[in-house]
Design a protein around this ligand. Structure first.
Ligand code: NAP
Length: 314
C-alpha cells in the first residue's frame, strides 16, 4: 500500500494556467517621479541567468518567452544594461505576440554600445541613458541615427538610476520592464527601485554561471527582500513566479549607498524617495532632491559629516 502523504496546497495568492499577464504584472502604480518598475528574467533552478561562458539562449522555453513578449507589449519601456547588449545583442521588440513594441532603453554610461547593435535598428524607438563620461561626438552620432540620448549623473554602478527613472517618467513612461542583466537587476533591487519581480524558473541546473542577483548586503534572513501578492503560473516546462518587491523597513543599505554618493562634489545627493532621511538634517543647503542638483555651501568634508551623522541616526 502506498504511504504517500497528501499535504494541503500552499497558500499562494494566484495560481493560473495559462499565464495571466495582468496577474504577473500586478497593479501598475507609477509615481510622479518614477515609472512602475517590473524586473523580469529567466533563471535556472539554481538561480543562474547565464552559463559561465555567458550563454543564456535559451534558458526558458518558447511559452515562457512568449510571456516575456506579452509583458513587453504591456509596458511603455523595456530596459537593459549595455552588458546584455554586448553579450546577447537582443532586439527587445514584441514579436511572439500581437502588440506594439515599447521604447527600448539601454543603460550605458560611456556609450560602449556597438553601432551594429540590433537595439539601434529602427524597428522600435530607442533611448540610451548615459553620463558625461561618454564622448559628446558619439552622442551626436547616435542622435543623428534617431536614437534619443539622455545624459544623467553617474551613479555607483553606472548611470544614476533615480534620475534616469525620473527623466523617463517625465517623458510619459508609466511602466518599465527591466530585463537584465545581473548588474542592472542588482542595482534596481539594491536601490529599492523595483516594484515587482517576475521570474521564469526553468527546469535546469547549471552549477556555475551568472547569478541572477548579486550581493544585496543581506546578512540576516530577517533582512532579506521578499515578494508579496504573489502569482504563480505555468508556461510550458517553466514556472513563472511574480510578486511585489518588499524590503524590511529597517534595512539601511540602500540609503547608505546614496549617502556615499554625497561625498563627491557634483554628484547626485539623494532623492525624494529616500530623501526622508536626508531631509532630517534640517534641510541643509547642500542636500537637495530628485534632480540631483547640488546647491549652496558645503565642501566634501561637510557632506561626509552630514552623511555619517545621518547614518548614526538611522
Ligand atoms: N536569463 C535572462 O533572463 C537574462 C536576461 C538578460 C541578460 N542575461 C545575461 O546577463 C549577462 C549580462 O549581465 P551583466 O551584469 O554583464 O550586464 P548588464 O546588467 O546587462 O549590464 C551591466 C552594465 O550596464 C551598465 N550600467 C549603466 N548603469 C548601470 C546601473 N545603474 N547599474 C548597473 N549597470 C549599469 C554598466 O556598464 P557601464 O559602466 O559601461 O555603463 C554595467 O557594466 C549576459 O550573460 C546575459 O546573457 C540573462
Amino acid at each position: 500500500m502506498s504511504s504517500a502523504h497528501v499535504i494541503p496546497s500552499a497558500v499562494v495568492d494566484n495560481v493560473h494556467r495559462p499565464a495571466d499577464i495582468g496577474a504577473l504584472l500586478g497593479t501598475v502604480r507609477p509615481t510622479e517621479t518614477k515609472p512602475y518598475v517590473v524586473i523580469k528574467y529567466a533563471q535556472t533552478l539554481d538561480g543562474r541567468i547565464a552559463t559561465s561562458s555567458g550563454d543564456s539562449r535559451w534558458i526558458s522555453g518558447e511559452e515562457e518567452r512568449r510571456v516575456s513578449h506579452a509583458l513587453r507589449a504591456s509596458c511603455d519601456a523595456v530596459v537593459v544594461g549595455v552588458g546584455t547588449v554586448l553579450h546577447d545583442d537582443p532586439q527587445l521588440t514584441v514579436r511572439m505576440v500581437p502588440g506594439a513594441s515599447p521604447i527600448r532603453v539601454v543603460l550605458d554610461s560611456t556609450l560602449r554600445i556597438p553601432d551594429s547593435a540590433l537595439v539601434l535598428a529602427d524597428d522600435a524607438a530607442t533611448t540610451i541613458v548615459t553620463t558625461d563620461r561618454s564622448s559628446a561626438g558619439r552622442r551626436d552620432d547616435l542622435r543623428r541615427r534617431g536614437i534619443s540620448i539622455v545624459v544623467v549623473p553617474a551613479g555607483p554602478s553606472g548611470v544614476e538610476l533615480d534620475v534616469a527613472l525620473n527623466v523617463l517618467r517625465h517623458q510619459g513612461i508609466r511602466s518599465a520592464l527591466v530585463e537584465g542583466g545581473a548588474s542592472v537587476i542588482t542595482s534596481f533591487l539594491s536601490r529599492n527601485l523595483a516594484d515587482r519581480l517576475v521570474i521564469g524558473v526553468a527546469p535546469r541546473v547549471f552549477g556555475s554561471g551568472t547569478n541572477a542577483v548579486k550581493d544585496l548586503g543581506v546578512e540576516e534572513v530577517s533582512k532579506s527582500l521578499r515578494i508579496e501578492r504573489r502569482a504563480v503560473h505555468l508556461a510550458g516546462e517553466d514556472v513563472l513566479i511574480a510578486g511585489d518587491v518588499v524590503w524590511p523597513r529597517n534595512r539601511s543599505s540602500p540609503l547608505r549607498g546614496v549617502l556615499e554618493l554625497t561625498a563627491a562634489p557634483g554628484e547626485l545627493v539623494g532623492t525624494e524617495r529616500r530623501g526622508v532621511g536626508l531631509q532630517r538634517v534640517g534641510g541643509a543647503a547642500n542636500l537637495v532632491g530628485i534632480a540631483g542638483v547640488e546647491t549652496g555651501a558645503g565642501g566634501d568634508d561637510e557632506r561626509r559629516g552630514v552623511g555619517n551623522e545621518l547614518l548614526d541616526q538611522l
